[in-house]
Structure formats: C-alpha cells, structure tokens
Design a protein around this ligand. Sequence first.
Ligand SMILES: Cc1cc2nc3c(=O)[nH]c(=O)nc-3n(C[C@H](O)[C@H](O)[C@H](O)COP(=O)(O)OP(=O)(O)OC[C@H]3O[C@@H](n4cnc5c(N)ncnc54)[C@H](O)[C@@H]3O)c2cc1C
Length: 413
Amino acid sequence: MPFGLLKYGFRRHYPARRYLPAVTELKDSYDIVIVGAGGHGLAAAYYLARDHGITDVAVLDKGYVGGGNTGRNTAIVRANYLTPEGVRFYDESCRLFQDLSGELDLNILYSERGHLTLAHTDAALRTMRWRAEVNKHLGVASELVFPAELAKLCPELHLGQDARYPVMGALYHPPGAIARHDAVAWGYGHGAWRRGVEIHQKTEVTGFQRANGRVTGVETTRGTIGAGLVLQATAGSSSVVAAMAGIKLPIRTVPLQACVSVPLKPFLDPIVVSGSLHVYVSQSDRGELVMGGSTDPYGLYANRSTLEFKEGLIAHILELFPFLARVKVMRQWAGMADMTPDFSPVMGLTEIDNYYIDAGWGTWGFKATPVSGKRMAECLATGRQPDILSPFRLDRFQSFEQVGERGAASVGH
Ligand SMILES: Cc1cc2nc3c(=O)[nH]c(=O)nc-3n(C[C@H](O)[C@H](O)[C@H](O)COP(=O)(O)OP(=O)(O)OC[C@H]3O[C@@H](n4cnc5c(N)ncnc54)[C@H](O)[C@@H]3O)c2cc1C
C-alpha cells in the first residue's frame, strides 16, 4: 500500500474518476426507458440491473441527476405512518436505507436520530396513540412519551406552560433518521451505470407515441426513441408527463419550501416535528438546522421561495426553541410537491399496457426511494403489481380504496 501511494504521488496526471457517464448518443430503442433521474428513477434502474439482470435501460432527465426534489428535500426518513399499508411500505424502505452506504459503496451519511412528533392538543395525542399502536403491531418502534421523558430526549425543547401551545406529549420513533439526499441519487446512478444502464441528462421527454393501447415511442429533445416499457418517475411534474401519455392523475402540484441556518455546534439530536405549529427541524452533520413547514396553499409549478413562508416558519421554530432567536438563516429554497387526495403515492401499472408510474410523492417521497426503486423494478420485470404496492395502485381512486395518511404525512416528513 505505501508503495502504491508513492507511485500515485509521483504521477504526472491525476485523471478525475468519473462518477456518472459522459454524454453519449441515444440508441434507437431500449427495453426500458425511465423518465426522471431523481432518486426514484435511478433506484429503479439500479434494482432492474442488480435483481433482474435487465440493463438495456435508459434513464432520461430534462435537467441533471438529482436536480429535482431529490436534491431539495429535508432528508427525513421514518416509518411511523398511520395506515398498516403505509407503515409496512415505509418500514421496508428504512431497512433498505440502513445498509445503503455499504450496498452503494458510498457514504450516504445515514444517521438515526429518533423522530419526535409533538402533540399540543388532546386530539393530536389521540392520533399519536393510534399511530403508536399501528406501528407496534407491525413491529415498528414507536411509543407515546410525555413531557418528563421528552425533557430527557430533547432537553433544548421549550416545555413550559407559558408557551402559546404547550407540548402535551409526543410520538417517539427511535429509527427516525436523516441522510445525505444527493448521495442517494449519485450512489444509485453510479451503481446502475456500472451495471450497463445509460443515463442521459439534459434530455427532456416532450411526448409519447401510442398505438394499440401501448406506448411505441418516446419523443425527446434529442430525437424519438423506441421503448419496450416506460417508467415515469417525475415527481413534481407527474401530471404533466402523465398527460403526455394520455393519463389523468388525481394530483395537485404545490410548492414546498425549506431553509437552513448557519452551521451551529451540534446540540439537537432528534428530529422534531409539530403538526400544530406547521414546522419541523433537524440538525445536519454540518451543524445546520434544516427547517421546513407545510406546503404553500396554491397550485404552482415553480421553485421560488417567499419571505412570508420564512417569517411564519421562524416564528414557530422560536416557540419551540426560543434561544435560537439570534441565529441567522443561511439559505432558503423550494421544490414542487405532487399531492394526492389521500397523501399516499400512486405506483405500478396503468391503463396503458407498457406504461408504469411512480408518482404522487408529495412531501414524503425521499424516505421511499429505496423501496420504490426495488418494488417498481420488480413490477416492470414481472409485469405484475407487487403485493406491497397493491394499495397504491392508480385505480384505487375509482374504487374508493384510498390509503388515508393525512394524519401522518402533513408536515411530518
Ligand atoms: C422542500 C422539500 C422537503 C422535503 N422533505 C422531505 C423529507 O424530509 N422526507 C421525505 O421523505 N420527502 C421529502 N420531500 C419529498 C421528496 O423530496 C420527493 O418526494 C422525492 O425526492 C421524489 O423523488 P423522485 O426521484 O420521485 O423525484 P425528483 O427527484 O423530483 O426527480 C424527478 C426528475 O424528473 C425530471 N423530469 C421532470 N419532467 C421531465 C421530463 N418531461 N423529461 C425528463 N425528465 C423530467 C426532473 O428534472 C427531475 O430530476 C420534500 C420535498 C421538498 C420539495
């Protein structure tokens, strides 16, 4: 090893190691075309290659790898949802996340911190108890804790009765975690590429050619290509892309904003969420406080941030952590959240034979990246809806079989 290092030191050139592929020509056709190189599209490509040996795959993105919501989220991972269908699904994702750094040979900075969802009302406490019972029943660690226990879990939290909405208790979910969001996309992209998948950035899909109930061609800004199967994984633009294929989705797209503070000495271990105050906060490995709130109350396809959001968010953060009053916000941004009526995703088969969908990721899709990739790959490879994805099929809205996660998804990331 010392000799190798010495040899390396005396080299004349140090060619950069390419992590993602260079620009190449598009082929005429592929077995599978994936639209969207966010975490979900790249994870699906990775598991198609790893688990099913399918590598004649092109992943197309109008921008760059991870430049959509994957690189804009607040990176919270948890499984403490409300419905059994949701808990089972997100729990599988948490388990995949736990080994992901090793699997992808890239440190995704996965850090289990514990997740506290605060209750300021009796009604909220009742929902937390409900979630705790469903979680425990499915083997997911969650319990109701009260202020004495909370003071030990998060000593910095203001628990005084002088608060506008005093904290009455919380749902405590020890496996709640954060991770480096870009790294998840880079890792899956790299792993897929190494196995033979093509990734084409700056390649926008502008339409689909259809015949006999199937998609026969994918129109892009770099020409039209043939596709055996198509997977749409374009969170934030799901309705727009699905409409090109002639599919109408029950989705409304709204902005979701977030911000980070200047870096601080580590002091906040758990992730803290308050649905009543519409805020959540965690401290990143860099020391920044990562803060977010609820979605903007109007439909819009734009990634702009507003002063109004920042003012409201910070006022509420200070109700929980008054001593942060002089800390500065360093950066603010927004993404586009595709909201479904039941706050659950839309995944799997569609009315078009060879067109598959992975959409409706609203404010909750980062944590689902591994399980979505793995199970959508299975769905494409077998042509069947895997059991775990069955509750999330698109036609549930026709049969009134919604998977209502509102009590666990809004502001709760
Ligand atoms: C501020 C914010 C905070 C969030 N916090 C959390 C959180 O803490 N935890 C959590 O679980 N979730 C969170 N989310 C949600 C999460 O970010 C998303 O659900 C998730 O990243 C979706 O991943 P994706 O791969 O499906 O989509 P994206 O990463 O958005 O990728 C979709 C890709 O499709 C591409 N695309 C779109 N249209 C076309 C086209 N016509 N042709 C080609 N390419 C196209 C886009 O360029 C984009 O790169 C948050 C979201 C935001 C905005």
